[in-house]
Design a protein around this ligand. Structure first.
Ligand SMILES: *Cc1c(COP(=O)(O)O)cnc(C)c1O
Length: 390
């Protein structure tokens, strides 16, 4: 090919290797190990003297296809797949850091990510400083001589706060640290953090990459130099992505771009409608001009995303009434599905955090988070209106 392929094409074509049977659909390799032609070939494979498949904890052709497709979409040299998004974050941190190192992280993180950083890592001698996602001065001030990693999500969960990836990458690199960005909320269809200076992209493939809420999966994408030791860590500790999950994720990725385009358009419509409801105090959506980082969103993302959060008058009681009045929208914590979902973060995804941490993150009792799917937006509006009335 003379001209580089567009991402929409890569989502469908990248990572495909046709076997001797000329199958048109991607095959699923359900096998734990692979045979060798001779004892000498086995020796060479295990010594890493040439590429090939030995055992599915190391790699598997279906998982490899997923890795090559996601690497192509993110514009990274290499991808390491993992069993879940948390396994990806865990593997990246435990590979790249040692006892005595320090992380600067956004305080607006997914609940489990926050818990890992705040409570697990200190037990292993890794220090973490949490800073406001949007305050660049705070990121700079948190640097210590032993700072090795900057970690953030943008847009954040659930408030859709954006962090300027380029600006934080510059601060990290000046300090000799690397920047890892959890790109779960956007997927590579809307944002490619490596192009903005990030060193690693982390995914929960469970969300938009699958798109249908079927399986767990995760990934880390970056340069060969950064991802090779993460591969060795995953190979040695076992949080490998299963071939079956990789196969479903590859199918999900084929429709990623059209899903995202439509889900973002519906999210925009819902956000605008919610903004005009008298009992809605505030709508958090990067596609509204009232969003404090509307301009950054336009610069950094190709669309505002499918996640809309909103604060209602009347605290928990009013928020729960909206959830319990829905007849169509799913009451579940997952996001990124073609089925629209609704969550009360303060008592679910962020329920294990202390009141103080929730307050600092702006997760109040009246806050609801929607992950907008592919249903007709008017049906979603009618469903939300039931609980908002009166
Ligand atoms: C869901 C999620 C994760 C964790 O992914 P799992 O696949 O559930 O382990 C990490 N980060 C963000 C932003 C998420 O939404």
């Amino acid at each position: 090919m003379t001209t580089p392929l567009h991402p929409e094409t890569l989502a469908i074509r990248a990572g495909r290797d046709v076997t001797e049977f000329n199958e048109h659909s991607l095959p699923l390799f359900l096998t734990s190990s692979f045979m060798t032609g001779s004892a000498e070939e086995a020796r060479q494979l295990f010594a890493g003297e040439h590429d090939g498949f030995t055992y599915s904890r190391f790699t598997n052709p279906t998982v490899d296809a997923f890795q090559r497709r996601l690497a192509a979409l993110e514009g990274g040299e290499r991808c390491q797949a993992t069993a879940s998004g948390m396994a990806a974050i865990h593997a990246a941190i435990f590979t790249l850091l040692s006892s005595g190192d320090h992380i600067v992280a956004s305080q607006s993180l997914f609940g489990a990510s926050y818990n890992m950083l705040a409570t697990l890592l200190p037990r292993f001698g890794i220090e973490v400083t949490f800073v406001s996602a949007t305050d660049l001065g705070a990121w700079k001030q948190a640097i210590r001589p032993n700072t090795k990693l900057f970690f953030l999500e943008t847009p954040s969960n659930p408030l859709t706060e954006l962090t300027d990836i380029r600006a934080v990458a510059d601060i990290a690199h000046d300090a000799g640290a690397i920047l890892a960005v959890d790109n779960c909320f956007c997927s590579p269809a809307l944002q490619r953090p490596l192009e903005h200076g990030a060193d690693l992209v982390i995914h929960s493939a469970t969300k938009f990459l699958d798109g249908q809420g079927r399986v767990l999966g995760g990934a880390v994408v970056g340069s060969n130099a950064l991802v090779e030791p993460i591969y060795v860590y995953v190979r040695s500790t076992g949080p490998t992505l299963s071939a079956f999950n990789a196969w479903l994720l590859l199918g999900g990725m084929e429709t990623l771009f059209v899903r995202m385009e439509r889900q973002c358009a519906s999210a925009q419509k819902l956000a605008e409608w919610l903004q005009n409801q008298p009992s809605v105090r505030r709508v958090h959506y990067p596609g509204l001009s009232s969003h404090p980082q509307y301009e950054l969103a336009r610069r950094q993302q190709s669309a505002p995303g499918a996640i809309v959060s909103f604060d209602v008058e009347g605290g928990r009681e009013a928020a729960w009434k909206i959830i319990d009045s829905t007849q169509l929208i799913s009451r579940t914590g997952n996001l990124g599905d073609v089925k629209t979902t609704i969550t009360h973060p303060a008592t679910t995804t962020h329920g294990r955090l202390s009141q103080e941490t929730r307050d600092a993150a702006g997760v109040g009792e009246g806050l609801l988070r929607l992950s907008v799917g592919l249903e007709h937006p008017d049906d979603l509006i009618a469903d939300l209106a039931r609980g908002l009335e009166g």
